[in-house]
Design a protein around this ligand. Structure first.
Ligand code: HEM
Length: 493
């Protein structure tokens, strides 16, 4: 248990809190635009900075009396924070909400959803990760290929041609269906599939301002609605787990596999509560992320016609208009580079959070126990020392270039590295390969493209694009992009 008593003096540099509004104003500014605010702080104070001078802010830590918030970036600090597991602990992303887990029967589900692997450290984390690993082994992941292809096919067939369509929404639905199918073994419309929808609603509500500002269980308030959803979810998932457990078979989905999993030494299985937690986190971490990786990549391709043309040449020469097999994915090096470069320049998870379990030191500054430390994946990926012309979307830079995992870490680094990275890459590659052979997506002139979101970076106004049958007219719709995406990546005129 971390105690935050006997605190050291806070020395990490940062801006002085504004008069009257003080620290709350900085927290709000950061929550509104974490990338812009932190970029300015790094420029002014260096690679280890505090959200406010003197500390006293709390963005992520669910512990009481958080001494303050520190931001950092760069390979050396990424290494220290992601590989010193006994010093840098991980906590559920639901932060302040998680604190309310023991208040009543109604708040109990907050213990499970959005917690899973994120909520365990040390030996427990190692044991649980071991239990989960088989569901993410390469062989197992490859077996999800047919489902991904079938769902992608059905989504692509329904895309309206020559009409503006919000591609962010399409990708969200696609990955939601894939996550539901691979996790629970059912598609959204099927029995059991509706649990995917409930889970999505509950997770989306967890991060809303209304829930954060008014966490009171009173009818009419969003927090009350969230607790109702959680209760419904709890019921639905327990029924699903009991049904799958009673059948005693591995149906090929992740949940069946987790139910069957046993600790190698003790033979102990995951409890029902633990299953709820892990399933919730795998689901949460697994579809919103891939959806945004796809959306940002499609946007970048729409603004880089030569890359789009070369990529289509590669896809057609290997796949001949068909969906890729797992083996064929190995023969598509440009596809891999495009995705890597997209996740470098616009990493959809811009931050990686930890809380110090004991007093420590970072960049020459003493950090008290309980300090929240947020590592900027975004800023690390934009270091000119590692990536010349960092704001240029240039998939070619990956030819013969292999940065360390501390220099390039869209999936984080160390033993907490994203367990679903292989699955995500499989899904993103299949969807792009199928979509780009069939359609050309054109950016609609004058649409604003703005970043938003703290945990997952999403386009604030969605991504409306025109869907054309693939006609190779890649120069159409290039240029004229408005919005703060231009601060992150160089775009034509
Ligand atoms: C493009 C897609 C994705 C990105 C960029 C991404 C990124 C990340 C990052 C940055 C972390 C934090 C690691 C840390 O704390 O150091 C993480 C953890 C995690 N991710 Fe992903 N992820 C993606 C897709 C997925 C998918 C598809 C799944 C599951 C199907 C998944 C499941 C998880 C889980 C369970 C963890 C917790 C790992 C642990 O604490 O041991 N992720 N991911």
């Amino acid at each position: 248990m971390i105690t935050t008593t006997d605190q050291l003096k806070w020395t990490v540099p940062g801006p002085r809190p504004l008069p009257i509004l003080g620290r709350a104003a900085m927290v709000l500014r950061f929550a509104t635009d974490s990338i812009g605010v932190s970029r300015d702080l790094f420029q002014t104070y260096g690679p280890v900075v505090s959200l406010t001078a003197g500390g006293g802010t709390n963005l992520y830590s669910p512990l009481p009396n958080c001494p303050g918030t520190v931001f950092t970036y760069g390979p050396e600090y990424v290494r220290q924070v992601t590989s010193q597991h006994e010093i840098y602990y991980k906590y559920p992303l639901s932060g302040g909400l998680y604190r309310k887990r023991d208040e009543s029967k109604r708040t109990e589900p907050l213990k499970h959803f959005g917690v899973g692997l994120f909520g365990v450290n040390g030996l427990t984390h190692r044991q649980h990760r071991q239990l989960l690993m088989p569901a993410f082994h390469k062989q197992r992941i490859d077996s999800y290929r047919d489902n991904i292809v079938a769902i992608t096919q059905s989504v692509l067939e329904q895309l309206p041609i020559d009409k503006p369509t919000d591609i962010a929404e399409v990708m969200r639905l696609l990955t939601l269906r894939v996550a539901t199918k691979t996790l629970f073994g059912c598609d959204l419309g099927e029995e059991g599939g509706k649990t995917g929808r409930t889970l999505q609603k509950a997770l989306a509500m967890q991060g809303t301002v209304g829930v954060a500002l008014l966490p009171f269980d009173l009818p009419g308030l969003p927090y009350h609605h969230l607790l109702n959803l959680m209760a419904q979810l709890d019921d639905e998932m327990r029924v699903l787990i009991r049904r799958k457990r009673a059948s005693g078979t591995d149906d090929g989905d992740v949940l069946s596999m987790l139910i069957q999993a046993r600790d190698a030494e003790s033979g102990v299985a995951l409890t029902e509560d633990e299953l709820l937690g892990h399933t919730g986190v795998i689901f949460a971490a697994g579809h919103e992320t891939s959806a945004n990786a796809l959306t940002w990549t499609l946007f970048l391709l729409s603004q880089h016609p030569e890359v789009a043309a070369d990529l289509l040449d590669e896809l057609e020469s290997v796949l001949h208009s068909e969906a890729p097999t797992v083996e064929q994915l190995q023969q598509l090096p440009l596809l891999e580079r495009v995705i890597k470069e997209s996740m470098r320049v616009l990493p959809l998870i811009p931050w990686n959070g930890r809380v110090t379990s004991q007093p420590t030191e970072l960049g020459g500054y003493a950090l008290p126990a309980g300090t929240e430390v947020l590592v900027s994946i975004y800023q690390t990926h934009h270091m000119p020392e590692v990536y010349p012309e960092p704001e240029r979307f240039n998939p070619k830079r990956w030819e013969g270039f292999e940065p360390t995992m501390f220099e390039y870490n869209p999936f984080s680094a160390g033993s907490r590295i994203c367990i679903g990275a292989g699955f995500a890459m499989l899904e993103i590659k299949i969807v792009l390969a199928m979509l780009l052979q069939k359609y050309r997506l054109q950016y609609l002139p004058q649409q604003r493209v703005e970043r938003c979101g703290f945990i997952v970076m999403t386009p604030k106004h969605g991504m409306p694009m025109m869907v054309h049958k693939q006609d190779r007219q890649f120069a159409q719709g290039v240029g004229g992009v408005q919005g703060n995406v231009r601060e992150m990546v160089q775009l034509p005129g």
